[in-house]
Write a protein that binds this ligand. Sequence first.
Ligand code: 6PG
Length: 261
Amino acid sequence: MSDPNTLIICPDADSLAARAAELIVESAREAIGQRGRFTFVLSGGSTPEKTYRHLASPKIASTVDWSKTFIFVGDERFVPFDNADSNFGMFRRSLLAGVPVSKENVFPMPTDCSSADQAARQYATTLAHFFGQAAGTSPPPSFDMLLLGLGDDGHVASLFPGKPSLAVNDAWVTSSAPGTLPPPVERVTFTFPLLNSARQVMFLVAGEKKAQAVRKILEENPAVSEAPAVGVRPDSGVLTWLVDEAAAKLLSPAIRGRAGR
Ligand code: 6PG
């Protein structure tokens, strides 16, 4: 079972995206105030995409110090950035085109190398250079805010049910064969050790299709191989689940009673 520090139930997907944007801005302000920079990991998916559009709205974008913000990618489809399935392509359209973040502060996962395995190694090296730590060493570096979506099948990032990538604990980034949900392309993804090293992890989950997975993950004890999202247990960071009413509809009163706003 996932045991979030904070469960927030929002009326709908739009209000969830707006709330998520607020929490990200707060996280950025705190990180920059305390550590002089904000390291922010984006997730693919249509639910996170709504949040990026809120973040890029002039009123909200103007409240973030983008010169001290560093943007990373938690998982990617191994396709060119101009492919409709590319997460980075979506990040460019929904967020990066609308905010004054410099190219040097944005770290896409490479998809022009020889293989997804090679991309995973290359990205780990990029992270190692940024954080000044040998790639794959433990404990991994800690990102300030790491966003995650949730697949209907309980996958998180590109960590899919039953796949070997779930057991990779000696690397920060790994390749992953496609799961059962589209698109059926090779993936590159953060591993659990790197995900769980973040200071703040925030799930963004909306829509009725997610209700079964949300109930299973927040109320039962499924195995990680069955519902990978239960493997997200930050070592010392804060775990927040932001869920809209449609995705929360199967939650018990006991769990709903814990929800904040
Ligand atoms: C990906 C995402 C994936 C996504 C979930 C939820 O590359 O596909 O990283 O993990 O976040 O599938 O996606 P939706 O919000 O679109 O349902």
